[in-house]
Design a protein around this ligand. Structure first.
Ligand SMILES: Nc1ncnc2c1ncn2[C@@H]1O[C@H](COP(=O)(O)OP(=O)(O)OP(=O)(O)O)[C@@H](O)[C@H]1O
Length: 232
């Protein structure tokens, strides 16, 4: 497995007040897959994402990416991992407000040795018309497309998406998910989408369900659909 969570435990508090945000969770994702991690509010999705994203440490267990245990990395190594291997897309876009669409993407391209072409991504994400616009001049769906371009320009091994359509209407959600699917088709990037929206699981190669900090199932999706065919 390219991504492998082994016996992941994340505890808060002590003694009787101990609560397990992750309770011996196990999961795996193969290279090039679109994995959708599904779970209700409070089930541990963000905790899992933060650990895979190198932003948080587990209490016990190991989080392996391409055979390397993130738990054994120094702060410096984790910073490099985040910069070079990961692209993040959040519900709230998090674009830099005083930079144009093009500048938002180019600024991130400068962080890595061999970025993808900004021009190509602007084209692929349907942003040509808006490249000199500022984030506040764009709709939510357009901003999210910029966020995808900005994450992808680093040519990441993993694209991590946290409720990426949480703030969007159905039409924009579909468009944004189609773009993610296209990135996966074109660049073979492993995609991990965290969501409580059951319908998004349709586009997954693998569906991972999490409840009360436990991974209750991790299965290949035998009924995988193109986003075009999905109801959202
Ligand atoms: N810093 C913290 N201190 C104490 N408890 C925490 C902390 N962070 C998370 N938790 C608890 O861990 C559990 C899992 O939280 P987490 O945010 O990972 O869930 P989630 O599935 O992402 O939820 P949501 O969809 O609402 O964001 C929750 O019960 C939460 O209250």
């Amino acid at each position: 497995m390219f991504i492998e969570g082994k016996n992941l435990v994340k505890k808060y508090g002590k003694g009787e007040a101990t609560m397990f945000a992750l309770d011996h969770a196990e999961f795996g994702v193969e290279k090039g897959e679109i994995a959708v991690i599904l779970g209700p509010s409070g089930s541990g999705k963000s905790t899992l994402l933060n650990i895979l994203g190198g932003l948080d440490k587990v209490t016990e267990g190991s989080m392996l990416v391409d055979g390397t245990d993130l738990e054994k990395m120094s702060a410096k190594e984790l910073e490099l991992y985040r910069r070079e291997k990961l692209g993040f897309v959040f519900q709230s876009y998090n674009l830099t407000p005083d930079l144009t669409v093009r500048e938002n993407i180019e600024m991130t391209a400068e962080l890595v040795q061999e970025p993808l072409s900004t021009d190509t991504l602007i084209e692929e994400l349907g942003l040509k018309k808006y490249e000199t616009h500022f984030p506040k001049e764009l709709s939510g769906g357009q901003q999210q497309r910029v966020a995808i371009a900005r994450a992808m320009v680093k040519k990441p091994d993993i694209l991590l998406c946290d409720e990426l359509t949480g703030a969007l209407d159905t039409k924009s959600s579909k468009d944004v998910l189609q773009r993610v699917q296209k990135m996966n088709d074109t660049y073979k990037t492993t995609v991990v989408i965290i969501t409580h929206n059951l319908n998004i699981a349709g586009m997954a190669d693998r569906i991972i369900r999490i409840t009360d900090g436990k991974v209750v199932s991790n299965q290949k999706n035998v009924d995988k659909k193109r986003v075009e065919e999905m109801e959202l």
